[in-house]
Design a protein around this ligand. Structure first.
Ligand code: SF4
Length: 358
């Protein structure tokens, strides 16, 4: 078959809402941005026909930056002489949750480094303290890496840790997945969980009826085939579990990390990655535009290229800020920016139910 015929049949598959394979998805990186964006927007309308864009009022509370993993791509963890160590007390955490609740926020993401001083009980006490004082706040917290850390610290299985967290009041877990390619993980985060362990955590969440998400940090020296390997793992896990509510691709920010020689991915790469994620991940309902790492304007364009959600209007964020990328957004900015795409802005909760229309 000629490449023109191949491209035509791929177009038929996409507009016929059929599943595409890895090599077909990889070939989409060669498509013109406009054609790719149109195809991804078509697929977005097929999955999310409502003409609105959601956002959530939330707060990320990074409660410790002490981390035994010391990933090369991370500017956040404490490093002697460069970034001072801190740990937040339970009172500090609850005071921050109180501010969020007073501002009308609905979701808290507690996330920290893999701190050797934290045992499973410390995490359970943190969850209980927040849920006892703020039962209406949704705790979408920790990460697969932290769950594996809790299992290692306590000598319990991943399954037992998830059950204990759920019993303590944890509602869901963001599926922070970096890049699920062991060649890259061995280079940049050898002490963090493996791709197989990430899958184990997702299966464990599924067994306990908990929802999650998945992310992709691309631009860390991977090939397009390896990027597809990541998307393939996410799609397979979702086929088995159905727990991934949203997928959030974002580009790696090399500043302040131990990978300064890597050039940051550009805006075209970001938009193509969003569009291909929408087309390839036919079993994930929501694709989020990553305004925090990419900026508000590229995120706004992503809404026309497959994304249907803006994620959180964050009250606090420390991890991306540590790379020197400082972005803030107000709810009014979100609403205007969404309206200018021709769609309506809605505030949603953690289960993607609409709380308020604008
Ligand atoms: S990315 Fe997470 S696990 Fe890796 S060093 Fe940073 S805080 Fe630790």
């Amino acid at each position: 078959m000629t490449s023109r015929a191949q491209s035509a049949s791929l177009e038929d598959k996409i507009y016929g809402c059929q599943r595409i394979n890895n090599s077909e998805a990889a070939s989409l990186f060669d498509w013109r941005l406009t054609a790719l964006g149109r195809a991804a927007d078509f697929r977005r309308r097929a999955v999310v026909p409502e003409q609105h864009v959601g956002f959530i009022l939330d707060r990320i509370i990074n409660f410790t930056n002490v981390c035994r993993a010391e990933c090369a791509f991370c500017a956040y963890h404490a490093r002697a002489g460069r970034v001072a160590a801190y740990r937040l007390s339970t009172d500090d955490i609850c005071a921050r949750v109180q501010e969020l609740a007073e501002a009308g926020g609905t979701q808290v993401m507690l996330q920290g480094g893999l701190d050797p001083e934290y045992g499973l009980n410390d995490y359970l006490e943190m969850v209980k303290a927040v849920k006892t004082r703020f039962p209406d706040i949704w705790l979408h917290s920790f990460s697969p890496a932290e769950i594996v850390h809790m299992a290692e610290q306590s000598g319990k299985s991943i399954d037992a840790v998830i059950m204990a967290l759920k019993d303590a009041g944890l509602d869901s877990v963001p599926g922070a997945s970096d890049l699920l390619v062991d060649r890259i993980r061995d280079k940049v985060s050898p002490r963090k969980l493996s791709a197989a362990q990430w899958c184990d955590v997702m299966e464990g969440l599924h067994a306990h009826g908990m929802k999650s998400s998945a992310t992709m940090t691309y631009g860390m020296g991977e090939t397009i085939a390896e990027r597809m390997e990541h998307l393939d793992t996410v799609r397979r896990v979702q086929d088995r579990t159905g727990i991934i509510q949203a997928f959030i691709p974002w580009s790696f920010s090399p500043a302040q990390t131990r990978m300064p020689d890597i050039s940051a991915a550009d805006g075209i790469d970001y938009l193509k990655t969003v569009a291909i994620s929408r087309i390839y991940l036919d079993n994930v309902e929501h694709i989020q535009a990553g305004w925090l790492t990419e900026g508000l304007k590229p995120a706004q364009i992503a809404l026309a290229m497959g994304a249907d959600d803006m994620g959180g209007v964050l009250m606090e964020e420390t991890v991306v800020k540590a790379t020197g990328v400082r972005r803030t957004a107000h709810m009014e900015q979100f609403i205007d920016l969404i309206r200018n795409t021709g769609r309506a802005a809605v505030q949603r909760d953690s289960q993607y139910r609409i709380i308020k229309r604008f």
